[in-house]
Design a binder for this molecule. Structure first.
Ligand code: ADP
Length: 552
């Protein structure tokens, strides 16, 4: 029982924690996964970039793959002085593209390099030139090797780039016993490399890339850092963000190929994705929490409302039963003729009349509330004299006030007032409700002031008591259906919690407003403000009820 009461009391928090906890765990897990994904995608991208640059470098190497075939001369060219065979071969290969010079050198005869002249298909001794000197420098180590023992086990292409103006490919020629006999070589054409080899190598590498949406920029820089080639036609290098760089592996090894992007680097994209994903999750959670809070709020309101309805039923039953019992007793006394005299009979009659009026008012309130709730409440607006309505209502209260010892003070009742368009019955009922409350909540005070005055475009009807008053925090809520102030002495006073809700509905249907000024222990003033100028009598159907259950 205790657990039930506790869970009822803290249901809001229990529901909140029950959702918040798994949500927090889920968010935490998601954060971890997203972090991992972030790291993995960054690594994967780096690997992809590295392999792309590697592919460019390899493609460059493949472009010179047939250089080895061209330079792979038979040893007999040198051992049997068959230079014309070499010349024939070089000529057959069509002069070999991407090469400015082909040359051979016999190591056996210790001759100097001979340059190939494609036009005559012959070899000749070059004149002294930077080119000839570069070749001499390149072949020098081979001469030394030849003099040491001259044996070379693995024959392959060698690259000599000491002088960047003359990049030389050298192919050592060996005889059957792996002894060096000569060298064949070529000087590479830098322009051809730049204009033909590089673009093709980069194009081929990029074509293997599955996702080119981000549009990476591949560029090649020389040893001085000058951009020799780039895939970005605009070449606005200021905006480039270099992601990776590597030197060429075979020829042009002092040059490097780099990958850049113009927008964000892969790491930045990965981090951005991470932030976006996390932000989305957080937003989703926030929405979920808001939804939950709304649902819980709604549920707690509903609970409160049902609780208030229960209280209403018990209060109303009590309110009905007590006067009915008294009426029955006085009725019986009268029927049996058991009363002292005419004065006593009149007193009983007064009592029966007063209590019946109260019952009528209570039942009217309940019926009105039912029709307001179902949207069926209608009004009959007529141009009326508010003073008459007030006087009629006060008359009906006279007996009760007198009996309970109340002094009624009227103010402004004789002053001239403009007529207003109202439903006289409904406004009378509102005033009755206010007077009833003034009587109920006056405690020992016995003065009630009713005033009528004009305030701008409104006629204001006020009821003031000097009773228990209403705390500030409750002053808005008392107009909500079923709401009753739950502190102090109010509990001793029975009521339905409908009176003020009906007053507000009626007054708002008149395009007016009801206000309260009150201080605890000093009393309250309720005022009904009704507009004077209503050109058209307002709609007969009442607006939808606006009362909401209070949160208190
Ligand atoms: P009830 O039937 O409980 O009087 P009402 O809707 O008329 O219902 O009033 C709502 C609550 O407002 C009351 O329960 C009471 O707490 C408070 N209240 C209304 N009028 C007064 C007043 N004149 N003085 C003090 N409290 C008042």
């Amino acid at each position: 029982m205790q657990i039930r009461a506790l869970s009822k009391r803290y249901n809001w928090w229990i529901g909140f924690v029950a959702v918040l906890l798994p949500l927090a765990i889920l968010l935490g897990l998601q954060y971890r996964w997203l972090r991992q994904l972030d790291t993995f995608s960054e690594r994967a991208h780096k690997a992809q970039v590295a392999s792309l640059l590697e592919a460019v470098s390899k493609n460059v190497e493949y472009s010179y793959a047939d250089a080895g075939q061209v330079l792979d001369l038979q040893p007999t060219v040198f051992t049997q002085h068959q230079l014309d065979r070499a010349a024939h071969l070089f000529k057959k290969k069509g002069g070999v593209v991407g090469v400015t010079r082909l040359f051979v050198m016999s190591l056996r005869d210790e001759k100097e390099p001979l340059f190939f002249t494609p036009a005559y298909a012959t070899f000749s001794q070059p004149e002294d030139s930077p080119e000839a000197r570069a070749v001499s420098v390149a072949v020098a180590p081979w001469k030394a090797l030849y003099h040491r023992d001259g044996v070379l086990e693995h024959v392959r292409l060698f690259v000599e780039e000491k002088d960047p103006s003359y990049r030389i490919l050298l192919y050592p020629v060996t005889d059957d016993s792996s002894r060096l006999v000569g060298l064949a070589g070529m000087i590479l054409d830098e322009r051809y490399f730049r204009e033909k080899v590089l673009p093709k190598a980069i194009r081929d590498a990029l074509s293997e890339l599955s996702d080119r949406s981000e549009g990476p920029i591949i560029s090649v820089e020389d040893s001085q850092g000058r951009i020799i080639y780039s895939t970005d036609p605009l070449s606005d290098t200021e905006l480039w963000r270099t992601e990776a760089r590597r030197p060429f592996g075979f020829v042009f090894t002092d040059w490097s190929v780099a990958l850049a992007t113009r927008h964000a680097t892969a790491a930045e994209v990965a981090h951005r994705n991470f932030a976006v994903n996390l932000g989305l999750s957080a937003a989703l959670s926030a929405v979920l929490l808001c939804g939950l809070m709304l649902a819980l709020r709604y549920a707690s309101r509903e609970m409160k409302l049902s609780q208030m309805k229960n209280e209403f039923v018990s209060n109303v039953s009590h309110e009905l039963r007590t006067p009915l019992a008294s009426i029955r007793v006085f009725g019986e006394l009268l029927r049996l003729g058991r009363f002292g005299g005419v004065d006593k009979a009149r007193e009983y009659g007064d009592f029966i009349e007063t209590e019946s009026r109260r019952l009528t008012q209570l039942i009217n309130n309940i019926l009105d509330f039912a029709s307001i709730e179902s949207g069926r409440k209608t009004y009959r607006f007529e141009r009326s004299d508010l003073r008459e309505v007030v006087e009629a209502t006060l008359r009906s209260f006279e007996v009760r006030l007198r009996k309970e010892g109340f002094r009624l003070h009227l103010e402004g009742i004789d002053a001239p007032l403009p007529t207003v368009v109202i439903d006289a019955g409904a406004i009378g009922q509102s005033l009755s409700n206010l007077l009833d409350n003034a009587v109920k909540y006056s405690r020992d005070a016995r003065d009630i002031d009713v005033s009528l005055r004009r305030d701008g475009d409104f006629v204001v009807l006020s009821v003031r008591d000097h009773g228990i008053g209403i705390p500030r925090s409750e002053q808005r809520k008392i107009f909500d259906r079923f709401h009753r102030v739950s502190t102090g002495l109010v509990h001793d006073v029975k009521g339905s919690g409908l009176g003020l809700a009906i007053v507000r509905h009626i007054v708002e249907a008149h395009h007016g407003k009801v206000t309260v000024e009150s201080r605890p222990e000093e009393g309250s003033t309720f005022s009904i403000h009704l507009p004077i100028e209503v050109s058209e009598p307002v709609a007969l159907a009442a607006p939808a009820p606006r009362e909401q259950p209070s949160e208190a």
